[in-house]
Design a protein around this ligand. Sequence first.
Ligand code: RRO
Length: 312
Amino acid sequence: MISTRTHIAGFNFDNCIMNAAGVYDYSAEELDAVQQSAAATFVTKSATLVPREGNPEPRYCNTPYGSINSMGLPNFGLAYYLDYVSAAQRQVPGKTYFVSLTGFNVEEDIALLRQVQASDFEGIVELNLSCPNVPGKPQTGYDFEAVTRILEAVFDLYRAPLGIKLPPYFDLVHFDQIAAILNRFPLAYVNSVNSIGNGLCVDAAAESVLIKPKQGFGGIGGAYLKPTALANVFAFRQRLNSSIQIIGTGGVQNGTDVFEHILCGADMVQVGTVLHQEGVAVFERLTRELKAVMAQKGYGGIDEFKGRLKTL
Ligand code: RRO
């Protein structure tokens, strides 16, 4: 029997594939669909203190090699997602869910975490430090002093399982620097990577950008992202304390891509663009394809190859 079981922060999951924050997780209907699929579990859309409409449309576009988005954090507000998870916890006891949060400053991050603490939430918090699409606001994950300040404040308050979603890094020195900071904190996991921020996709026929916000600049997802995502997973696995797990996100289109993320060190793999394109049936396909790769290689579980990428 081939198993794709995994564990994050001491919680067990029957599968190692789930949605990435921001895809199929905006509304109760979308979250219901993920719950009814072969996905391990769900993470909610990154929630803010108050509901947000997000950026003007068109704000998402598929491209030949992936996608560009500038959603601008549309969400129903944290209370909505906590209510949804609370009901899910009652309906399926023993199952663990992720809630993604993002504040616009450290005070808001703390207020969001206090709201989580005041609820009956029993799952894992993912703090998004990497939204690339809020006009006028840089990605927190590129400001290492801000990351330090936020994590100091967060862990002064919050001791339940918490991971962070990071932007992609592109320089080995930056991996050294950010990993040294992260290793000071009791993080459950690091999720690498968010979309590549502020790419630009062009419609040559129309001589136009594809999306409306920010003059067409947006986060790049899909196949373009895989080498960068794998580099981030592998670089972090080499640098982070072994107690900090890794969720690999970026560029997954098939079971071999999931296998590659795990080989580089991912404990769980999230899918965004391909989920947006194919819908929740993609979880069954990816799981079947991953199992086929494992069967062909003679692996019975993901621990047999996790983090075992060979270098030359
Ligand atoms: O909502 C978005 O525009 C968005 C977010 Br919060 C994020 O973390 N990553 C992304 O590509 N888009």
